[in-house]
Write a protein that binds this ligand. Structure first.
Ligand SMILES: [Zn+2]
Length: 150
């Protein structure tokens, strides 16, 4: 995939390396758009004809951990019955976002006919269920002991 982080141009919707401030294709500013419109572009990119763009959008939406993206990811999942690896990536993004809506969709995919998909669903459900039970564990853990001076 090359560059992992991508910005979509608000004017021409071209794909740009994340560090760029202006679109390679049309020169529009990539940083003036506010955060929500960036999320909208990612959701729009879920329906992009180029598979790599769809996969990048799935990954970035997962990294944002924005629950608003969950219904869009679920729809993209249902619209990609022939792309099992994209479906798996979508389940990974839902795992990264977490919460009851993601968990409920992941549970539905336990009955998925494809191994690569239901195995990811199973792992994700286990991790999310464990995370809900141990939500306080992360809040009380301090810095790694190696960083604490005696
Ligand atoms: Zn552009």
């Amino acid at each position: 995939m090359g560059e992992v982080l991508t910005r979509f141009c608000p004017r021409c919707r071209g794909e740009n390396p994340y560090r760029r401030t202006h679109c390679v294709a049309c020169g529009a500013s990539l940083t003036s758009a506010d955060d929500q419109s960036y999320a909208d572009k990612l959701v729009w990119a879920l329906g992009h004809p180029v598979r790599e763009v769809r996969a990048t959008a799935v990954y970035l939406l997962g990294m944002r951990r924005d629950a608003e993206a969950i219904p869009h990811l679920c729809r993209a999942f249902e619209q990609s019955p022939d792309d099992l690896f994209l479906q798996r990536d979508i389940l990974q993004a839902l795992l990264a976002i977490g919460g009851p809506r993601a968990l409920s969709f992941l549970r539905e995919q336990l009955a998925h006919p494809a191994l690569v998909v239901w195995q990811q669903a199973e792992r994700s459900v286990q991790l999310l269920a464990a995370g809900e039970g141990a939500a306080d564990a992360t809040a009380t853990s301090g810095p790694p002991s190696a960083l604490v001076h005696p």
